[in-house]
Design a protein around this ligand. Structure first.
Ligand SMILES: [Zn+2]
Length: 327
């Protein structure tokens, strides 16, 4: 299991672009500054010379301490002069050396001992973006969610005001998205169809993505298709499964609509359970009642869904029908 060669290539290409952008920006800043203040170019040349002299002294075994002190003083004086000249131009002391995207590995993707966290993040984001490419992530936001569609009256069987309940759910999911972190809890959105579960799940995905986290949104059937493709076709190297396990937030929409077989049951359990064990948040939405879920899924999966997720029950009347009437 791991990321496919294509994902690796894409990640390496992105790192190469980051290094290239930095080097081009460095050249641009230098040429602008050197044209305005030619002395800055002389200073740079002098600093290179002191560096060369320093290595020569060490190689020739001369009185290292005295010479090094002298060169170091010269070097400090050059830095001071450069800082003053850059300040006159309105720039900070390090302006001629633009900062890398990742200061830990300087955009190489590796530290001396390990893969850098920035490369892990890049791999997760690329894998998620590939899986999200068919999802309508941009279509639904919290701003376009209309609470007016929910009637302002009591639900006789539940004894609660429908609009008030949905306002509460809306606010709590909006706050969840805005305050999302890797330690956010997992959510279970359930209730009859057409009550805005998908809309709000997509809205969460949008906000959390904007915060810089990797998010995968997948209808359950598509997710299952990807897992089966991983398992039964060659050349995918477990790409989808890795992405489902590694992403910061996984959203499985419409659980219960997927075609079930023993492979699918085990694969779903593995993804959901592994994410729980590694403490990663997952959001699941379903139109099914708990009794149906219990019949449909093995006990171990059902107990994960009921025991490890905070559940929010959606109420109201099918808003898709209401929207149609308005159109
Ligand atoms: Zn890095």
């Amino acid at each position: 299991m791991g990321y496919s060669k294509e994902i690796w290539n894409q990640a390496n290409e992105e790192l190469r672009k980051r290094r290239e952008r930095r080097s081009m920006e460095r050249e641009r800043r230098r040429s602008v500054c050197f044209a305005k203040v030619p002395r800055l170019a002389d200073i740079e040349y002098a600093m290179i010379q002191t560096g060369i002299q320093l290595s020569r002294i060490v190689l020739e075994g001369k009185d290292v301490v005295a010479e090094v002190n002298q060169l170091s003083q010269k070097h400090q004086a050059l830095i001071k002069e450069r800082t003053a000249l850059l300040a006159q131009l309105g720039y900070p002391p390090d302006y001629l050396t633009p900062k890398p995207y990742c200061p830990i590995c300087e955009d190489t993707g590796y530290t001396d001992t390990a893969r850098c966290a920035c490369l892990d993040k890049l791999l997760k984001e690329i894998a998620a973006a590939r899986l999200n490419s068919e999802s309508p992530l941009q279509l639904c936001s919290f701003e376009t969610f209309k609470l007016d569609y929910y009637p302002d009256r009591q639900d006789p069987s539940l004894g609660i005001n429908i609009r008030e309940k949905m306002t509460e759910i809306y606010r709590s999911l909006k706050s969840y998205a805005e305050h999302f972190s890797l330690s956010s809890k997992s959510l279970f959105l359930w209730g009859p169809p057409g009550l805005g579960k998908t809309h709000l799940a997509l809205a969460i995905a949008g906000v959390v993505l904007d915060k810089g986290y990797s998010v995968i949104y997948m209808p359950a059937q598509n997710m299952v298709n990807r897992l089966e493709k991983d398992r039964f076709s060659s050349g995918t190297e477990g790409e989808a499964e890795t992405a489902f396990l590694e992403c910061d937030l996984l959203i499985i929409d419409d659980l219960g609509t997927e075609f079930l077989n023993s492979f699918v049951q085990a694969a779903l359990y593995n993804v959901i359970n592994s994410r729980i064990l590694s403490g990663k948040p997952t959001i699941i939405s379903t139109n099914l009642e708990f009794a149906t879920l219990r019949e449909r899924y093995p006990d171990r999966l059902f107990s994960r869904l009921t025991g490890c997720f905070a559940d929010l029950y959606f109420v109201g009347e099918d808003i898709r029908r209401k929207k149609k009437k308005e159109d």
